[in-house]
Design a protein around this ligand. Structure first.
Ligand SMILES: [Zn+2]
Length: 445
């Protein structure tokens, strides 16, 4: 065990009292690095292509030869910069019932937004699955090999690796081909979604991936249901394409984001990480904490008032210290009260106010900062409806806008009674629809 160096030179804050008691460990740094960038190729001019057809762009991988990615699909003006595919959702023969999560969360978010008349199949952007070449921009070949199907050699070994990462032990009993299709393919598609949404955020000012946020995965190891380092990948793609020079990650999931912290450990002038998390839960990654520039450690069952005040204070402080070209917002909802893993006590309304606060601080300024939001952890049955209500709240406040999509929707037949017919299960999440997060600043615990 290495000596504990997690507190300096980074700032550290504590909410709810108590002291840092994290463990520290040594960690070998990834020696495989991606190569330089190649020119971006222009998308095809064939307008007859569907929107999901790729406008190939060339990005580097570990080898010196750059590869052509198909992740940057063609996008129309009438499409919201909101990314989702039905392929995000995971079902593994009922075994998911043994895991404390809703493995269909992403599809439910989309369906709620569709039922509320915000999105349609035509106005959503469907991403492609990240290929091995895409993943090699960050991941080591050794790590990807450890995940790859190898029926001839390693059914037990390979499935055990995935079972460990997904924290679903029965996965180890499934044939590799099933795990590959049912678990890893959805996670690769969500990863493709985050990379695409990064580019969209730079082009449109903001973007939301309804999935992604696998913040425990780094270039050479997974964990905590995170098999691919989508946040690192999105940032590396943008850096290598020359679309950004400085990026801030604001990670408000209940858990420490040790994956991106490890990946950007030696790039703190380029990537500033603000992380707020429950100090007493997984992953207790003392080494990764060295990668945090602004750390806010929460006590068990921290509730709305102190939580929202801390988001306001430390996000603004971070932006005074570091002005990024892009903010990547890891908007995990496992901070929700009752979450068995997050062990915090944030109400549904508190989550909506948190997202509003982040968008207001990033976007309502003289020079708005592009923002990419990913949904990360939180798999109770009501998380999907809360995420959908939060996105609807951002739209209502015009913190997210897409006039062409709204025009397209108006042109469609929308029964007037439709909205009131739909119960998202979070009707009380923001009962007045008018209360501001500012009301929590006089909140007493
Ligand atoms: Zn989490």
């Amino acid at each position: 065990m290495a000596s504990c160096v997690g507190e300096s030179p980074q700032d550290k804050a504590s909410v709810g009292g108590g002291n840092c008691s994290h463990a520290c460990e040594s960690f070998p740094h990834d020696s495989e690095k991606p190569q330089g960038i190649a020119d971006i190729e222009k998308p095809s001019d064939d307008q007859s292509q569907q929107q999901s057809q790729p406008g190939d762009q060339t990005v580097p991988e570990h080898q010196s030869q750059p590869h052509r990615t198909k992740l940057f699909v063609r996008v129309e003006d009438k499409q919201w910069p909101i990314v989702y595919s039905p392929d995000y959702n995971i079902g593994f023969l009922g075994l998911e019932k043994l895991h404390p999560f809703d493995s269909g969360k992403w599809g439910k978010v989309f369906n709620f937004l569709k039922e509320k008349g915000m999105l349609s199949d035509e106005t959503i952007i469907r991403p492609s699955e990240a290929t091995t070449e895409d993943l090699l921009v960050v991941h080591t070949k050794k790590y990807l090999d450890s995940l790859r199907e190898n029926i001839a050699r390693a059914i037990p070994e390979w499935s055990v690796t995935v079972a460990t990462i997904t924290e679903v032990p029965p996965v180890a009993l499934l044939p590799n081909v099933v795990v590959q299709r049912k678990v890893l393919k959805p996670l690769r598609t969500q990863t493709g979604g985050t990379i695409l949404a990064g580019k969209l955020a730079m082009e449109r000012g903001w973007a939301i991936n309804i999935g992604g946020g696998f913040h425990h995965c780094s270039s050479d190891r997974g964990g905590g249901f995170c098999a691919y380092a989508d946040i690192t990948l999105a940032i590396k793609f943008l850096l290598q394409l020359g679309m950004v020079k400085k990026v801030m990650i604001i990670d408000l999931d209940a858990h420490q984001g040790n994956g991106h912290e490890r990946d950007f450990m030696n790039m703190q002038d380029t990537v500033y990480i603000l992380d707020m998390y429950n100090r007493s839960i997984y992953p207790h990654d003392g080494y990764a904490k060295r990668g945090i520039r602004q750390k806010v450690e929460l006590d068990f069952f921290t509730d709305d008032g102190p939580f929202l005040r801390a988001v306001d204070k430390y996000f603004k402080k971070a932006l005074e210290e570091f002005l990024p070209d892009l903010i990547v917002y890891n908007a995990g909802t496992d901070i929700l009260e009752g979450d068995p893993l997050g062990a915090l006590s944030i109400s549904p309304e508190g989550i909506i106010q948190r997202d509003q606060l982040v968008f207001e601080i990033a976007r309502r300024r003289e020079r708005p900062i592009p923002l990419l939001m990913v949904t990360s952890g939180g798999y109770q049955r009501n998380n999907a409806s809360i995420i959908a209500d939060s996105i609807l709240n951002l739209r209502r406040l015009k913190l997210i806008e897409c006039p062409q999509a709204e025009e397209h929707l108006k042109a469609q037949v929308q029964p007037a009674s439709r909205e009131s017919d739909v119960d998202t299960g979070a009707a009380n999440a923001n009962p007045t629809g008018t209360r501001s997060w500012r009301s929590w600043f006089s909140f007493k615990k």
